[in-house]
Design a protein. Sequence first.
Length: 330
Amino acid sequence: MQAAIAVSQSATAPLTGLVLDEAPEPEAEPGWSVVRVVSSSLNMHDLWTLRGVGHPAERLPIILGCDAAGYDEAGNEVIVHPVIADPDAGRGDETLDPNRALLSERHNGTFAEYVTVPTRNLIPKPSWLSFDEAACLPVAWTTAYRMLFTQARISPGDRVLVQGAGGGVASAAIKLAVAAGAIVYATSRSEDKRAQAVAWGARAALPTGERLPERVDVVIETVGEATWSHSLKSLRPGGTVVVAGATSGMNPPADLGRVFYLQQRIIGSTGCTRSELIALLTMMDATGLRPVIDRTLPLSDIHKGFRLMLDGQLTGKLVIHPPTPAGASS
């Protein structure tokens, strides 16, 4: 089968370590299932792997890709929950299992014609959701859902700032928070992305670092060093910053004086549980929310897709289509 494989890592030239090559079709071990991938999507996690951040070189080569929607062995339409973990080891939350792994960390990922996952990780795809839409959810949309509703516990009327409008998690967070009745502010360096955030329902979208009209209850932070100071300054006393990424750098000034004096809460968030993915689907069904898809590309053009991501040219998600295997229905 055709697959996109990480074979080396480079902090400055990550795409040099990504190759398209043939790989053996996977076979499922007991308790696991084979899924034919119809749609997948790009995530920053894939670029972190290629840069060598959080992924030991001894785990290479490995097939990249965390998101997938497709068909199980019985022909059922499924969405793949990408967190491979034991809920019992995480006291009921598989994201807290010390040995958890996202697809493509210890197990081959979804940028291929087939992928194997624990059967528990298969969730029926609703008929009202296309394969492309479904493939946008497992990482970005569920990350945003957990940040907003599990970690920040937002309520209607809460003021929410989403930093870095346009990214996969940020676009999901804007739409989910608006649907939940929050008043949403967004930031971006791009005028087009700010306009898009307003079109999604944000009350206002401002240039990165610009002062907000009011302080907020919650900040959704995935940018890191470039926005951290602004996130803390934008937060009301007792407010909460939820952090699920740091694309611009991992070590901003902590500003501990502000944190303790204003009793600000800083909460980390990683991935989601299977039940949170199901809850997200329930919310989408009730509200009519759908993912923002920038474009689709065949697997053969995956380098182009990552270049667009590196250059900040995407608004929402980029969906990847592996080849349809011979004899399979499209």
